[in-house]
Design a protein around this ligand. Structure first.
Ligand SMILES: Nc1ncnc2c1ncn2[C@@H]1O[C@H](COP(=O)(O)OP(=O)(O)O)[C@@H](O)[C@H]1O
Ligand SMILES: [Mg+2]
Length: 362
């Protein structure tokens, strides 16, 4: 009930501007794939090419082995949900849902049955008789989702579909969307600029910047092993330490930053380095330990001063000044001992395999 999508060297040029720059991507059938990137990175252009509303300048789009590059949108039979809800305002919810089925000339009794089934699926069984203006934003978005899914498309395309909703509503719909995906097995291609949304929802994240794919993979893999400064920075929070390599043997690297000797070990996808090279190391804030006294046994440690503490509920987010430059740490707010406070002199420490070497694409 789902299809695979292959993008083969897709390029889209608007005048002199390359909105999509030689993108190749395999989306296996039934996968929940998220295109994540900053505003203007080319996410919508990619989705519109898959949908058939934008013609690629060069390259092919292949769905389950069939080249659909020259097919008009309606031949592709994909479901679509965009940021504005785009419901027909003069039709009731039930009539909105019935619309794609009428287009497909489904018998009236079947249509009524399918509309009822779909209203149940998106948890709006009572609202078929309402008009879109009589619904909340979240309800409208659920109707838009239902209308996109009612004809059992084998692919669902979603462009910033939840971005207009407030935070709690969005979290609820994110869970519903994942649940729907798990139940239907449809291929989902989801576009967002929201990294948390991408991390929590997807089987696979494809990070897009300047019209190109910069890295893709499972959320955890991308978070733990970003290849570049851009990916480390865009996906979650990151510290960056810029140093000079003093010794290297395979994945074990000694380097120095701010006059402090440091060690890096474990797998990375960064560039190979030799003594004397500049090195860029990325380190997630939650990998840092914060202590009052110098942790004598720690492989990596630096003195630091707390510059700012932000209470975030479960955690404190702590900004620090250090000889390595500004750093940030995340400390559970129920941690034993004194609470971190601005002006405190502390020590930061971390394990050699807590960091990764990055390509500096800045
Ligand atoms: N129809 C168009 N004509 C000219 N430039 C466009 C058009 N659509 C998009 N662009 C440009 O292509 C780039 C990518 O846009 P878009 O795909 O909308 O990015 P995103 O969805 O990631 O914000 C932007 O620089 C945008 O200005
Ligand atoms: Mg967009």
């Amino acid at each position: 009930m789902s299809e695979s999508i292959r993008l083969d060297h897709l390029t889209k040029r608007y005048g002199g501007h390359l909105a999509t720059d030689d993108v190749s991507l395999e989306i296996p059938a039934g996968r929940f794939v998220t295109l994540l990137g900053p505003s203007g990175s080319g996410k919508t252009t990619l989705l519109m090419m898959i949908a058939g509303f934008v013609r690629p300048t060069t390259g092919r789009i292949v769905v389950s082995g069939r080249d659909i590059t020259d097919d008009p949108p309606e031949r592709r039979e994909f479901g679509m949900v965009f940021q504005g809800y785009a419901l027909f305002p003069h039709l009731t919810v039930a009539e909105n849902l019935a619309f794609p089925l009428k287009l497909r000339k489904m018998p009236r009794a079947r249509i009524e049955q399918e509309v009822r089934r779909m209203l149940d699926t998106v948890h709006l069984p009572q609202l078929g008789g309402r008009y879109p203006r009589e619904l909340s934003g979240g309800q409208q978005q659920r109707v838009a989702l239902a209308r996109a899914l009612i004809f059992n498309p084998k692919v669902l395309l979603l462009d910033e579909s939840l971005s207009a909703l407030d935070k709690n509503l969005r979290a609820g719909l994110q869970e519903e969307l994942r649940d729907l995906h798990a139940r239907l097995g449809t291929t989902f291609v989801f576009v967002t600029h929201d990294q948390e949304e991408a991390l929590s929802m997807s089987d696979e994240i494809v990070i897009v910047n300047h019209g190109r794919i910069v890295q893709s993979g499972a959320p955890r893999a991308l978070y733990d092993r970003p290849r570049t400064r851009f990916v480390a920075d865009f996906l979650g929070r990151a510290n960056f330490v810029e140093g000079i390599v003093t010794a290297s043997a395979g994945t074990a690297i000694s380097y120095e930053a701010g006059g402090i000797p440091l060690r890096q070990a474990g797998p990375s996808d960064g560039p190979p380095v030799r003594p004397g090279d500049a090195i860029l190391v990325g380190l997630r804030p939650e990998k840092l330990r914060l202590a009052r006294d110098e942790p004598g046994g720690a492989t990596n440690r630096t003195p630091a001063e707390i510059a700012l503490v932000t209470f975030e509920g479960a955690d404190h987010h702590v900004r620090l000044t250090t000889p390595l430059g500004p750093m940030q740490a995340v400390v559970p707010s129920d941690a034993a001992g004194p609470q971190p406070t601005r002006g405190d002199k502390v020590w930061l420490s971390w394990d050699a395999d807590a960091s990764v070497v990055l390509h500096d694409d800045r």
